[in-house]
Design a protein around this ligand. Structure first.
Ligand code: ARG
Length: 248
């Protein structure tokens, strides 16, 4: 009798975990990147990436679970199989392409420079001056971090890396650093809620955002197909326009 119970119990476990595997896609992100991902009023991860991912998952017949973590843990979570994919306003770069398979791109981002309202820095040329010692805040492991680190290697700035964009912007607002380099939409969102800051007109680089999967993932093709349909039928443009009203 006991044995039967044990068999029944383990069978139930196997069945429920198989169901969990088949029906739920796990997406990892770093929810400090409004309007792409941030913690909404209900305490849940929300934003453009969360909504696009939910629409794609629904179209493919999956539930979606979103897990918030540090930005530099996202690619390891995907390559180790802990997550099915990441969407995090993540820029496609050749270095990352060595590690993961990117989906088609669904948005572009521009790196911008945020400074204090009265800053003497008015352009990237003012900022990156040899031995001037300007301090640049960035989010760890982001493309902004990589660009600033390249300039630092030439002695043209000093990089301060923060766990997330919000902390970098707070350090700038508190006068601890001279500027922040970050993607333009989060920059606008942060500046809108932080008095005394402005975004410099000099746009720095244009980048493509895409979802990232393990290299051996069988999901990329169907994800791309669902995404193409949801762009075509207006679902994804409507999600983006809801958060970025000018980009209809
Ligand atoms: N686009 C930049 C990159 O890929 C920054 C992305 C940061 N995303 C985030 N969810 N914190 O490096």
């Amino acid at each position: 009798m006991k044995k039967l119970l044990a068999v029944a119990l383990s069978l139930m476990l196997v069945l429920t975990s198989a169901a969990a595997l088949a029906d739920t896609l796990t997406m990892v992100t770093n929810a400090s990147f409004p309007p792409y991902e941030f913690i909404g009023d209900n305490g849940e991860v929300t934003g453009i990436d969360a909504e696009i991912a939910a629409a794609i998952a629904a179209k493919l017949g999956y539930d979606l679970k979103i897990v918030d973590m540090e930005f530099d843990s996202l690619i390891p979570a995907v390559t180790s199989g802990k997550a099915d994919f990441t969407m995090a306003g993540m820029t496609v770069t050749p270095e990352r392409e060595q590690l993961v398979a990117f989906s088609d791109s669904y948005a572009t981002g521009v790196q911008v420079i945020i400074v204090g309202e009265d800053s003497p820095i008015t352009s990237a040329d003012d900022l990156f001056v040899k031995d001037a010692g300007h301090t640049v805040g960035v989010q760890m492991a982001t493309t902004g971090f990589i660009y600033a680190s390249d300039e630092e290697a030439d002695g043209k700035c000093v990089v301060s890396a923060y766990p997330n964009g919000n902390e970098a912007v707070m350090a700038l607002a508190n006068g601890k650093i001279d500027c922040v380099i970050i993607d333009s939409e989060p920059a606008k969102a942060y500046v809108a809620v932080t008095p005394g800051l402005k975004i410099l007109e000099t746009a720095y680089t244009v980048e493509d955002y895409a979802a990232a999967f393990a290299k051996n993932s069988e999901l990329v093709a169907s994800f791309n197909a669902a995404m193409a349909e949801l762009i075509e039928d207006g679902t994804i443009p409507a999600i983006i326009a809801k958060y970025i009203p000018s980009e209809e």
